[in-house]
Design a binder for this molecule. Structure first.
Ligand code: SUD
Ligand code: ADP
Length: 290
């Protein structure tokens, strides 16, 4: 448990990554955000958040955080402080992180870390807030936080907070991160972004005809490393971008097919394999803790 031992009072909580199986932007809102449609697929891979409650109200990060993220900016700390003030809670926490999800890849790591802190501290501090309230608090921290709070694969609309639970078939994903940090806020401002896409339907998505991502053409045009990644991955299937990039993935119905495809890729691509989750491992962690 990497320095956060259970006998020293630490508990470990999963913060899974996500993929966006497609992403369309259907409009721009008065508050500067965009209406979008997407399907969130949670993954059996992610960060681990370590928590130890303290009774003096102090909230502090312990150990190294995500690369280059100051304690004040860290979504782990911001989520804990926001929960504490919203619930008028007198307790505090030490917070550690084992970071596996690369930042700026479109895997939602920071959002998932924040969601895990909200859900786990609600339990540790015995606040008894319902999931709707936790998702509402999460939305104030980031558009992607509510889906991680709720913990189910979902069709999403609005800014990503209007969620319809979806049961997705088992799937394995070959992931590739080209190491280009995609800045979500500036990509949403790109003049080349299609913001008036024809809305998709759940039935259309389930028929397999909706695979597009609004950020893909923008990133492929301006980032040669992303264009090269798409070209290399097209030899094993249909590559898709996740979120606002810069990582992409190819989906397979079986582990065997995914392993064969992974083996066929050049090792210079730094590709790896993960399994799609049926639901967030965070839901199981909360259940075990009760
Ligand atoms: C694009 C998506 C798709 O899942 O994921 P990522 O690529 O970040 O993983 C999300 O919509 C990102 O969600 P999240 O990363 O939580 O975004 P936020 O912190 O709320 O917003 C960052 C900035 O992106 C813009 N933004 C975000 C969401 C949205 N629906 N419309 C926007 O215009 C806003 O300019 C905002 O200031
Ligand atoms: N705990 C955290 N983990 C990752 N990123 C964080 C964290 N706290 C704040 N951030 C900030 O959030 C940004 C977006 O990170 P992340 O959610 O991992 O990526 P993405 O938007 O690609 O899904 C990072 O570039 C970083 O500046």
């Amino acid at each position: 448990m990497t320095g956060f031992a259970a006998d020293a009072g630490w508990s470990a909580w999963p913060a899974p990554a996500k993929l966006n199986l497609f992403l369309r932007i259907t409009g721009r809102r008065d508050d500067g955000y965009h209406d979008l449609q997407t399907v969130f697929r949670l993954l059996e891979w992610g960060d681990t958040v370590y928590l130890r409650a303290r009774n003096d109200g102090i909230i502090r990060r312990v150990g190294p955080g995500a690369d280059g993220v100051t304690e004040a900016d860290d979504l782990l700390i911001r989520a804990a402080k926001y929960l504490q003030s919203s619930a008028k809670c007198a307790q505090g926490a030490h917070i550690g992180i084992e970071k596996c999800i690369p930042m700026g890849g479109g895997f939602g790591g920071g959002s998932s870390d924040a969601a895990t802190v909200l859900v786990a501290l609600n339990q540790l501090w015995q606040l008894h807030l319902g999931v709707d309230r936790l998702a509402e608090l999460g939305l104030a921290l980031g558009a992607d936080v509510p889906v991680f709070v709720r913990g189910h694969n979902a069709w999403a609309e609005g800014v990503g907070e209007q969620l319809t639970v979806m049961s997705l078939p088992p799937a394995w994903y070959v992931l590739v991160n080209p190491g280009v940090h995609a800045a979500t806020a500036s990509l949403f401002q790109s003049p080349d972004l299609t913001r008036d896409a024809r809305p998709a339907t759940i039935a259309g998505f389930l028929s397999g005809n909706v695979l597009d991502n609004a950020f893909e053409p923008v990133l492929r045009r301006c980032e040669p490393a992303i264009e090269a990644m798409f070209a290399a991955l097209s030899s094993i299937g249909t590559p898709r971008l996740t979120g606002s990039g810069s990582a992409c993935f190819v989906e397979f119905a079986t582990r065997e097919a995914a392993e064969a495809a992974l083996a066929a890729l050049p090792s210079s691509l730094h590709a790896w394999l993960v399994r799609g989750a049926d639901r967030s491992p965070l839901l199981d962690a909360v259940g075990q803790f009760r």
